[in-house]
Ligand binder design. Structure first.
Ligand code: PEP
Ligand code: MN
Length: 334
């Protein structure tokens, strides 16, 4: 149950509400976000919610039976739109593109990527400076100095940055140079990190865990929301299945299911989703047709020389072709 409180609710009205909830054996969890105050009620008993909805100090009340509540579409039927400023919105019905290398590698690479993006009117750049690598001997990112260099170049170009944060400590260090914090698949259930990102004034892109279910992804998003940050998008990036012919199994079903279950924008990552360059375009298009709000993908001026994930990274020429195809799908869907 979600109770949206009046901003002007008095302590006495709040006390009466808590008393009523206690009567029906509901636990009330207060949630304050950048937009509103809620009381998330958790309990088992069926009762007439109108009795609580009509109390003074309450704006709205909804029954949500799922384990996740604030991210559920049962409560908020309008899709969430995330505004990054400078006329860049995610989830507004357009297909958002977020492109860039797997890892930020050099000034030259960033400059070339920005030029490629500008030629295609793309305004959100992805890239990792803290890289979660399966082997400790692989390239693990340029760190904060790389982020600062990247930020300087993107600011001048009017491009936003989405990048992965791996630990709670990094949030503060990275904060001023980031527009969207990415939570990687390996941290999808790092609840301390999710709690901390709930207190941040920047949007979060939350990836599905490598073996994460849809409900687990939504529950992870609930951690962020219930800690105060409503600006969340979810990302399907492929899951681990018994299939070994490709890196991951891109779960196209997840896109339609998530769109039904949550009001949050849903982004597809075809690069990690299949892990094979020559198929990334097909998966990206399939995701767009299935209703994704955006596509995040890896591009590089020389994919074969990329420090990480080159095998699934598109060259600029390949990416150019794909953008055109995606545009056509976007028009078809209008
Ligand atoms: C990435 O985006 O480069 C990345 C490491 O993604 P994931 O967490 O989905 O593996
Ligand atoms: Mn990658």
């Amino acid at each position: 149950m979600i109770i949206q409180l009046d901003v002007a609710i008095t302590p006495e009205q709040q006390r009466v509400l808590e008393e009523q909830l206690a009567k029906v054996k509901y636990q009330g969890n207060p949630v304050t976000t950048q937009y509103a105050n809620y009381l998330v009620g958790v309990g088992k008993k069926e009762f007439d919610i109108r009795a609580i909805g009509s109390l003074p100090g309450i704006r709205d009340i909804h029954r949500v039976s799922d384990d996740y509540k604030l991210v559920s579409k049962k409560w908020r039927v309008d899709d969430t739109v995330i505004d990054l400023g400078d006329d860049i919105r995610i989830g507004d019905g357009s297909l958002s593109l977020m492109v860039g290398p797997c890892s930020i590698e050099s000034e030259e690479q960033v400059a070339l990527t920005i030029a490629h993006m500008q030629a295609n009117g793309i305004r959100i750049m992805r890239g990792g400076v803290y890289k979660p690598r399966s082997s400790p001997y692989s390239f693990r990112g340029m760190g904060i100095d790389g982020l600062k260099m990247w930020h300087e170049q993107t600011r001048a170009a009017g491009i936003k940055i989405i990048t992965e944060v791996m630990t709670v400590d990094q949030i503060e260090v990275m904060h001023d140079y980031v527009d969207v914090f990415q939570v990687g698949a390996r941290n999808s259930q790092n609840f301390n990190l999710l709690d901390a990102l709930g207190e941040v004034d920047k949007p979060v892109l939350l990836k599905r865990g490598i073996s994460g279910t849809i409900d687990e992804l939504l529950a992870s998003a609930e951690y962020i929301f219930s800690n105060g940050n409503e600006r969340i998008m979810l990302c399907e990036r492929g899951i681990r299945s018994y299939e070994t012919a490709y890196r991951n199994t891109f779960d196209i079903n997840a896109l339609v299911m998530l769109k039904e279950k949550t009001h949050l924008p849903v982004i597809a990552d075809p690069s990690h989703g299949i892990g094979i360059r020559r198929f990334v375009d097909k998966i990206a298009m399939a995701a767009a047709v299935a209703g994704a709000d955006g596509v995040i993908m890896e591009v590089h001026h020389q994919p074969e020389k990329a420090f990480s994930d080159g095998q699934q990274t598109l060259s600029f020429a390949e990416a150019n072709r794909l953008y055109k195809q995606l545009k056509r799908i976007e028009w078809l869907q209008d």
